[in-house]
Structures are given as structure tokens and as C-alpha cells.
Design a protein around this ligand. Sequence first.
Ligand code: ZN
Ligand code: ZN
Length: 86
Amino acid sequence: MTLTLSGHGPAPTLISPECDSPGCSMAGDQYTMVRCRTCGAWFCPRHVASAEAVTLVRTVALELGGLSYYQGSCVPCQQARRQNQH
Ligand SMILES: [Zn+2]
Ligand SMILES: [Zn+2]
């Protein structure tokens, strides 16, 4: 059985967020940028806390065409959480 995706439903929505880190103007799409699960801002791979797990999130919102994106944690949020644990 062959699964053909073309011609079925809307094309995947592509968003192009810019990195929220001060002084960084890196821009990409939801497959190259990571959204912080704590503050909701987008960050490029250089400004995402690498020690945090990055997970793929799929929305079910129809108006977004089933948008999926990567969710992780930015460096400031990770440091804030670390300090709270002490
Ligand atoms: Zn954050
Ligand atoms: Zn950046």
C-alpha cells in the first residue's frame, strides 16, 4: 500500500520566527528554531539550552494546518530554574 500525502489537506504551515536572544537576529522556521516552553519565545539552536531535552510538538489547530515545532528551553529560563532548585 502506498501512502500519498500530496493533494490531501492544506500544506504544512511554515512560520519564520526570529531568535529572541538579545543581539541575535538569526531567523529560521519552526524546524530550525526552538520555542522555549517557559517564556514562549523562539531561539536559534545556539541560544537554546543544550542540556535541556528538545521535543517535537504537534498542534491540532486546523487553522495552523497541523503545525509542528520544536520545544525546549532557552538559556535564561534554564538558569532561572537551576537557581530555584538550590
Ligand atoms: Zn525562555
Ligand atoms: Zn540566537
